[in-house]
Design a protein around this ligand. Structure first.
Ligand SMILES: [Zn+2]
Length: 280
């Protein structure tokens, strides 16, 4: 069981199940929860969980590296999503990046040292932002909810405390569950559109895949070990680039054309442990 965020709300998760139950009793369609509110609450619950674990980096020179790339990507992606995109550095064991419903994107600090150039980092961020635009995180939680539906219904009968615990467990799982191959490829394609429009060479993501294909299996970080079939993903991107020459033909596919990423070494980090504003 992950650390339970203090004071987080369970209503967003449990209410739809209660609504289904009451619909069964009353034979009346429930009023759907506004999707936007649900996404924000899911995002906030994940934020609180990461903050309470002391993983969120409040201040670090690494934000100076992340910020200009995040700002450029958010400028292009924002019109496609109703909540503000915010990028947070987090400290975890594996170099990784993940997005949650509500617009928060989390970048593990070591990813900035792991990527070889600006385009690889930008490609990763564009990919994660696209998962949010596609509502992949919400879809994943709905799928998990169906799997656990019997347990959740049982939990409601047992009492709200246990139902709350299950809801929080699902939020924690969002972080570790993998998306479908199809969802990954779609996020690559949308991400490449966003990166190209933001001025970052969209070949960067394919360079990252290629580096991992050549890497020692044991050293592949979760970022891509969760993302199977990288060869197929490269092919899908190459086809997308060929089919849309007006957007992509101007970019150089040669990794030697990459822009170096300036990352301060041994950058000090302060961690967020109480409710203050952070992120870029
Ligand atoms: Zn992904």
């Amino acid at each position: 069981m992950p650390n339970l965020p203090k004071g987080s709300k369970s209503g967003f998760w449990i209410t739809p199940v209660l609504a289904i139950l009451s619909a069964t009793c009353l034979a009346q369609a429930p009023n759907p929860e506004p999707v936007s509110d649900q996404e924000t609450e899911l995002g906030q619950a994940m934020y609180k969980q990461l903050r309470d674990k002391g993983e969120i980096v409040e201040s670090s020179p690494l934000y100076d590296t992340l910020k200009p790339i995040a700002v450029a990507i958010a400028r292009v992606a924002q019109p496609q999503y109703p909540h503000p995109f915010k990028f947070f550095l987090v400290h975890e064991a594996q170099p990784n990046a993940f997005a949650t419903p509500g617009g928060n994107v989390y970048v593990v600090d070591s990813l900035l040292h792991f990527v070889k150039n600006t385009e690889q980092l930008a490609g990763t961020l564009c990919h994660e932002v696209s998962h949010t635009i596609h509502r992949d995180g919400v879809a994943l939680m709905v799928k998990e909810q169906k799997i656990l539906e019997r347990e959740v219904v049982a939990a409601i009968l047992l009492g709200p405390t246990r139902a709350h615990i299950i809801a929080i467990a699902l939020i924690g799982k969002l972080h570790s569950l993998g998306y479908s191959r199809d969802a990954e490829s779609k996020a690559d394609v949308t991400g490449s559109d966003i990166c190209a429009e933001a001025g970052y060479n969209p070949w960067g993501l394919t360079w990252l895949f290629q580096d991992f294909q050549n890497a020692d299996v044991g050293k592949i970080p979760q970022l891509l070990s969760d993302h199977p079939a990288n060869g197929m993903r490269i092919q899908t991107l190459e086809k997308h680039f060929r089919d849309n020459p007006s957007s992509f033909s101007k970019f150089n596919r040669d990794p030697k054309s990459a822009t170096p990423l300036s990352v301060p070494k041994d950058a000090p980090e302060t961690f967020l442990r109480k409710e203050t504003k952070s992120g870029v």
